[in-house]
Ligand binder design. Structure first.
Ligand SMILES: *Cc1c(COP(=O)(O)O)cnc(C)c1O
Length: 391
């Protein structure tokens, strides 16, 4: 296919390879020339159960035939069931569904500001973190801590200040009368898989309790089994006030969620909404994903697979003199000693392995949570072949 001609009608927002993907099954993706790839990107940690998993396909087909969209002004069964399941398996009491992670985070920011208006004398400022990532809407870009993002579409939305990740003192220094919340990723994904240090989330919880602030965790990337627990903040034993989910929750379809504890749920009629919010088609897919994650041993298996992958990556790092392997469960990164990320991604693709390099000097790994041990070995082998050419 001549993608150069075809792609002209699509806005160019990222460099894309001259390939069109036409099929996917589990860990594999197939292009229009019939070539098969082992996919360790999985839509950026979106396809938690791999490509076109039977449970999601079936849930979508059945729901599509039954009811696609009654209107967000009416209840539907999949939304009720998925909300109940999310609350039953977390410390949260209420859910608002959205179509993207950024939209869920927008909702979290609005909820925190509303809570500040109602309960905290109009406090509205949210402390976020350098190198954090929260999405691409104007408010979530302002919350994001990527260098230069505050000037990209100036004027930036006010109301966000940036602390240093894993540095509770830098948070304390920013707390003032206008502060309403602290918002962070339990593992900074786009920053290069930087995990909260042991005790950091607890320290933030204590600070929030001391100053009457809300603790918001953005688990769009880390949630829904990705790090080996249902939600990543469980590793730290803290109870946040608000959590956002996205990516993996839909198993590939546009579904995300804003969850909050009862005491924080202060939206009044008209404050929040959205045409597609909580539509039964997407919620049916989310329900199928959550049911799969709840199966006995599913999360234990994510941990075993994660250990297998981390161990293999450490072996490669040793063999080629590369940097550290970090992350948790099946959200891992390998630090290269040079800025070769883009090149390794390209050459891995030529060998049939799809990889992601969110920073020039590292690779990020996000295989399907239901990968097989053989697939993990296969990917490590392919990666070893590429690294051999460079190191
Ligand atoms: C991907 C991501 C988002 C944005 O989600 P979209 O669905 O792309 O809007 C927000 N926060 C984190 C931590 C993410 O990884």
């Amino acid at each position: 296919m001549n993608t150069a001609v075809v792609s002209h009608a699509l806005m160019q927002i990222t460099p894309r390879p001259e390939l069109v993907f036409v099929r996917g099954a589990g860990a594999r993706l197939v292009d229009d020339a019939g070539r098969s790839y082992l996919d360790w990107v999985q839509g950026w940690a979106v396809n938690s159960l791999g490509h076109s998993p039977a449970v999601v396909v079936e849930a979508l087909a059945q729901q599509a035939a039954r009811l696609i969209n009654p209107s967000p002004g009416f209840y539907n069964q999949p939304a009720l069931d998925l909300a109940a399941r999310l609350c039953a398996h977390s410390c949260f009491d209420q859910v608002f569904f959205t179509s993207s992670g950024a939209e869920a985070n927008e909702g979290a920011i609005k909820l925190a500001r509303k809570w500040g208006r109602v309960y905290k004398g109009g406090a509205h400022e949210i402390i976020t973190f350098s190198n954090g990532f929260h999405g691409r809407t104007l408010a979530t870009m302002a919350a994001t801590g990527k260098a230069g993002w505050d000037r990209l579409f100036a004027p930036a939305m006010p109301g966000f200040v940036k602390a240093r990740y894993n540095d509770p003192d830098s948070v304390r220094a920013l707390i003032g009368p206008q502060t309403v919340a602290v918002m962070l990723e339990p593992i900074q994904g786009e920053a290069g898989v930087i995990a909260a240090a042991p005790g950091f989330l607890q320290a933030l919880r204590a600070l929030c309790d001391e100053h009457g602030l809300l603790l918001i965790v953005d688990e769009v990337q880390t949630g829904c089994g990705r790090t080996g627990t249902l939600f990543a903040h469980e590793h730290d034993g803290v109870r946040p006030d608000i959590m956002t989910l996205g990516k993996g929750i839909g198993g590939g379809v546009p579904l995300a969620a804003l969850l909050a504890r009862e005491s924080v749920c202060c939206f009044e009629y008209g404050d929040q909404g959205g045409t597609y919010c909580g539509n039964p088609l997407m919620c049916a897919a989310g329900l199928a994903v959550m049911q799969s994650l709840a199966r006995a041993d599913f999360l234990a298996r994510v941990n075993t697979l994660g250990e297998q992958l981390a161990m293999g990556l450490r072996r490669l790092s040793q063999r080629f003199g590369l940097g550290e392997v970090r992350g948790r469960g099946l959200l891992l990164a390998l630090v290269l000693s040079r800025d070769l990320g883009a090149e390794v991604v390209l050459q891995a693709r030529e060998r049939g392995l799809l990889l992601n390099s969110p920073r020039p000097d590292l690779l990020r790994f996000m295989p399907a949570l239901n990968s097989t041990h053989a697939e993990i070995e296969e990917g490590l082998e392919l990666l070893g072949g590429v690294l051999q050419q460079h190191f």
